[in-house]
Design a protein around this ligand. Structure first.
Ligand code: ADP
Length: 627
């Protein structure tokens, strides 16, 4: 018989399993039982659409048995089974190879993460076995086959004589080592405990032969040992159990197993609804974004069950895009088993469920925001961006659902605040919500425009994510209060007197300012003196809807059309440089051009932008300081 080699990636995964230092080895059983249950699901589902396949629902089961002498643990199901080709394809290669990247995987730490992170499935059995035998008969085939492997040296497939459809997996349990007592996996009570712990909700009976002591018939004190077949699992899906009977640990175990997350979920939402439509939902808000969350490939959706039978594993219609991070499932007895994907979209029951789910998630997030700010901030770090997209996508159609879930860093509170909280802190007479954007809080803090606004006692929201300004522009106002960029040229903080005096100042220096503007050709739309700055000599503000931050973001996008901010250079009228400029203009008009170039370059640098002509600017400065 010819030995075949595992595909390269599978071999790596295998090596990982065989030499695993992963401490939670018992999960192998959960993986095998879950495969068995899926195989029965598949068979049942096929029988609904294929009349040639006849099944008896009551006969479905998963059998677990132990042979201590031969050190074997056997898991057997009467599901759809595997053909020769399927054995080859499913067990010779890893199904999820795409999600496993082993390139730099030699650190033990990382190995553990891989095992925990992905349901590594069948191969996990190699953590506890020297060799594995899989005997399977597919419902689509007359023959049955036997797959065997002792790990790294490959596998073999030969014909077998199994008559009934289904799969039997025989594990040859490893000998005990110093670190690990593998014999535990040959102990009935241990196996029972593991089944209860991870697979209690499996819908098919998981049976085992268990030894009991019974009083001998006709005797009062003599006992005899009787072997009885017992069903170990309760078979009630977790989501159909009463909330008060479920421990947090059970929710989390279920979450890990089902949604391949190695961290606990941040929040579990479990509801049962009776009424026009009756359904159960079990939803989870993950505590971190999956590695592919912000990729195009990420698929949102909830598992959909019709009375306990899985009918779709990612029903996208159940979740709005902005809550796409939610994992979980919906089970309703009001949905037909054979419903097609196309029909589902128009199904009124489903639409109703989706609407309720959306409301529920929103409510949970609001509660978390109110009661558990620390966790909410963690949540927002992971998924806030998705909520922000939700605000400005589709022309802001959903902005009202989401605006109260936004939090931004506040200059005054030195922590994240909601818009509502901002309004509560507003000064008397303040009618705007001030914000400033930049790369980081520290950088925004250093913006010249920020200083004066803070001095006036106003709170400023710091926008540091690229989506932030789009959010603000979509919202435009909150409870009647307009948003105002502190870097906008129409920031109106001056008193009437101040306004009057700066206006005069600008008028009387018109020639100077025009000369400066001309020196900058089309880089700015205006140059003026300002009261808005405190210590800094110069800044750039913008006219119209496009801010400097947005220009930066949009010029980084791969489109041909470059959107430019309308920049205004403002010079601090109370800074010595203002005086210097005014005097210089009287004596040396040429020199003004150089000063203008340098000031403009400074303003750009302060805004966190680069300067287009660094060598030129550098020699200008050198000229000037060597004078
Ligand atoms: P996963 O279950 O995550 O896809 P596994 O490595 O556990 O990955 O299994 C690979 C594939 O082998 C499964 O997708 C399934 O098609 C098949 N398989 C495993 N166990 C069984 C079984 N008991 N009956 C039928 N098919 C099975």
């Amino acid at each position: 018989m010819k030995k075949k080699q595992f595909k390269a990636e599978s071999k790596k995964l295998l090596d990982l399993m065989i030499n695993s230092i992963y401490t939670n080895k018992e999960i192998f059983l959960r993986e095998l039982i879950s495969n068995a249950s899926d195989a029965i699901d598949k068979l049942y589902y096929r029988s609904l659409t294929d009349k040639a396949i006849k099944v008896d629902r009551d006969k479905f089961k998963i059998e677990v048995s132990i042979d201590k002498e031969n050190r074997t643990l056997t898991i057997s199901d009467n599901g759809c089974g595997m053909s020769e080709e399927e054995l080859e394809n499913n067990l010779g290669t890893i199904a999820k190879s795409g999600s496993l990247d082993f390139k730099e995987n030699n650190k033990e730490e990382k190995d553990i993460n891989i095992i925990g992170q992905f349901g590594v499935g069948f191969y996990s059995a190699f953590m506890v076995s020297d060799s594995i035998t899989v005997i399977s008969k597919s419902i689509d085939s007359k023959e049955s086959y036997c797959w065997k492997s002792s790990g790294a040296d490959g596998y073999s497939i030969e014909e077998s004589d199994k008559k009934e459809n289904g799969t039997t997996i025989i594990l040859n349990i490893k000998e005990d080592s110093e670190e690990e007592k593998y014999s535990d996996y040959l102990d009935t009570y241990t196996i029972q405990r593991i089944i209860k712990k991870y697979s209690d909700y499996i819908r098919y009976p998981i049976t085992m032969e268990v030894e009991h002591e019974h009083l001998k018939e006709g005797s009062e004190d003599e006992y005899e040992k009787v072997i009885e077949t017992e069903t170990i699992n309760s078979m009630i899906p977790l989501w159909k159990k009463d909330k008060k009977d479920i421990k947090e640990e059970e929710y989390q175990n279920f979450y890990h197993e089902k949604f391949f997350d190695y961290e606990d979920a941040m929040k579990t939402i479990h509801t049962s609804v009776e009424g026009n439509v009756s359904y159960h939902t079990l939803l989870y808000i993950p505590s971190h974004a999956p590695y592919d969350f912000y990729n195009k490939e990420y698929e949102k959706g909830l598992e959909l069950y019709s009375n306990g039978v899985l009918i779709m594993d990612k029903c996208a219609d159940l979740l709005p895009d902005y809550f796409s991070f939610v994992k979980g499932l919906v089970d309703s007895s009001d949905l037909s088993l054979n419903i097609s994907r196309e029909m589902l979209q128009h199904d009124r029951q489903l639409q109703l469920i989706a609407k309720n789910i959306e409301k529920k998630i929103k409510k949970e997030l609001e509660d978390m925001l109110e009661e558990d700010r620390e966790n909410y901030e963690k949540f927002f770090k992971a998924f806030g961006l998705q909520l922000k997209f939700g605000i400005y996508n589709q022309f802001g159609m959903h902005k009202d659902v989401l605006k109260d879930l936004m939090i931004f860093y506040s200059s005054k509170e030195k922590k994240m605040v909601t818009f509502k909280e901002y309004l509560e802190h507003m000064q008397e007479g303040q009618d705007k919500i001030y914000y400033a954007s930049g790369e980081s809080n520290d950088k925004i803090d250093m913006l010249p425009q920020v200083e004066k606004v803070k001095d006036k006692g106003y709170e400023i929201l710091y926008l540091t994510e690229y989506a932030d300004e789009f959010v603000i522009q979509t919202l435009m106002e909150y409870e009647g209060k307009q948003f105002m960029n502190v870097c906008a040229d129409n920031l109106d903080l001056d008193t009437e007197e101040e306004k009057e005096s700066i206006k005069k100042e600008n008028e009387s220096n018109k020639d100077l300012l025009t000369a400066m503007k001309e020196a900058l050709t089309d880089k700015v739309t205006d140059v003026k003196f300002t009261n808005r700055l405190k210590n800094h000599p110069v800044c750039l503000t913008t006219e119209g809807p496009v801010s400097m931050e947005m220009e930066k973001i949009m010029s980084a996008m791969p489109t041909d059309e470059k959107i430019k901010a309308k920049a205004v250079m403002e010079i601090n009228d109370s800074h010595p440089i203002a005086k210097k400029l005014k005097e210089l203009y009287k004596t040396d008009k040429e020199e003004i051009k150089k000063y203008t170039q340098i000031l403009y370059a400074q303003a750009r640098l302060i805004e966190g932008m680069s300067i287009e002509n660094p060598t030129e600017i550098s020699s200008l400065i050198c000229d000037m300081i060597s004078k």
